[in-house]
Design a protein around this ligand. Structure first.
Ligand SMILES: Cc1cc2nc3c(=O)[nH]c(=O)nc-3n(C[C@H](O)[C@H](O)[C@H](O)COP(=O)(O)OP(=O)(O)OC[C@H]3O[C@@H](n4cnc5c(N)ncnc54)[C@H](O)[C@@H]3O)c2cc1C
Length: 334
């Protein structure tokens, strides 16, 4: 049953290393509006950690987004992510504001932060959700894959706030203007004074794969599975992707067999993508893979088995041998 002491939906507005608000925040915000409506229009708030005098730069990003309150902490000690500092301030804020729902993006940072906060608050956390809803009792119904992805479980949390993390690209952002005034509330950080920071992050480095293969925002993703068999298959896949301006991705067995790095693995234990076009080459279409790509606008599958499950979700299916079809296509493009 809804707790009368807790109200509203709180979201984490994570800043990227380049000092932008992470896109996953806007995806969660879209969902938060839907949940808020179902709860009778409850308040939506955001939490932001920034280095001194930087909040002015972010205020514009909240314009017309329908965020009622932005709680922010500005402190030199918050310039780089610190598990202890961030989780301490976040936890104390949640105790004070008492939201009924707390949503955090399942980024590397969010995955570190969320369990810390939930254990400090003695509440439950449903991680890597693929759907969020409000049930007939007004509780957060958080759905995520379970039993190795074979089943979808909808999980209810008994304590408050009801916490969930959602990976980037799971929810879609619609460009709707929400005309709500946003109040910016600066919060005190002096609580950090007596706190020891055990881990100091010195520098963040982008991996080369991320730099050259920006999968998260790619319009076209060209993914390869075990049907590509070996390095030669993945070289051909890369040529194909280069030709059509796509980013390369892979299935888990392809990664486990050393054909691709984990950073480009799609699926339950990899990334979620939502490109305009997803071309699945030599991929059977196991649910653990499709959960990471089935929201693509158009799915094209190339597979030599007409009964491959991937054809069940493909908009365009090409039954045939990848090693015949793709070279032929590349030849025609010369
Ligand atoms: C807990 C758990 C988590 C998992 N997480 C993930 C995950 O995040 N991502 C993921 O991808 N998997 C994941 N898996 C593995 C998943 O269950 C499947 O095993 C995997 O997705 C299958 O990979 P695949 O399609 O590359 O290989 P296969 O299932 O071996 O399929 C290869 C396909 O290629 C086709 N093919 C063969 N030769 C050719 C050719 N010459 N031309 C065209 N087609 C050809 C075949 O017909 C077949 O359909 C997970 C499994 C578990 C248990």
């Amino acid at each position: 049953m809804p707790d009368e002491n807790n109200s509203g939906i709180m979201l984490y507005a994570q800043l990227t290393h380049e000092n932008y608000i992470h896109t996953v925040f806007f995806e969660l915000l879209e969902k938060a509006h839907e949940l808020s409506q179902k709860l009778g229009g409850v308040e939506i708030s955001a939490v932001c950690f920034a280095s001194p005098d930087t909040i002015e730069g972010f205020k514009g990003a909240f314009q017309n987004m329908g965020v009622n309150k932005v709680y922010y902490f500005e402190d030199k000690r918050l310039e780089k992510y610190s598990t202890q500092y961030y989780s301490k301030l976040f936890t104390e804020l949640v105790k004070e504001v008492k939201p009924e729902i707390l949503l955090i993006g399942a980024t590397n940072q969010g995955r570190d932060l969320a369990p810390r906060i939930s254990s400090s608050l003695h509440t439950g956390l449903t991680a890597d959700c693929i759907e969020l809803d409000i049930n007939e009792k007004g509780q957060l119904a958080a759905t995520r894959p379970t039993f190795g992805g074979e089943l979808m479980a909808t999980i209810l949390c008994k304590n408050y706030p009801q916490m969930a993390t959602v990976r980037p690209n799971v929810f879609k952002v619609h460009s709707v203007d929400y005309h709500a005034d946003t109040e910016f509330i600066r919060k005190d950080t002096s609580i950090l004074d007596g706190l020891k920071n055990d881990v100091e992050i010195i520098e963040f480095k982008k991996t080369i794969e991320n730099e050259i293969n920006n999968l998260d925002n790619a319009d076209i993703v060209v993914a390869g599975g075990m049907g590509l068999k070996n390095e030669k298959g993945f070289e051909l896949l890369q040529k194909f992707a280069d030709k059509i301006g796509g980013s390369v991705a892979a299935t888990r067995p392809a990664v486990e067999n050393g054909l691709a790095p984990h950073s480009i693995q799609i699926g339950q234990t990899g990334k979620t993508v939502r490109p305009k076009v997803y071309i699945a080459c030599g991929i059977s279409g196991a649910i653990q893979h499709t959960v990471g790509m089935d929201k693509a606008e158009h799915i094209i599958a190339i597979n030599n088995d007409p009964d491959a499950p991937i054809f069940g979700i493909a908009d365009t299916g090409i039954v045939g041998d990848f090693f015949e079809i793709v070279p032929k296509y590349l030849e025609l493009q010369h």
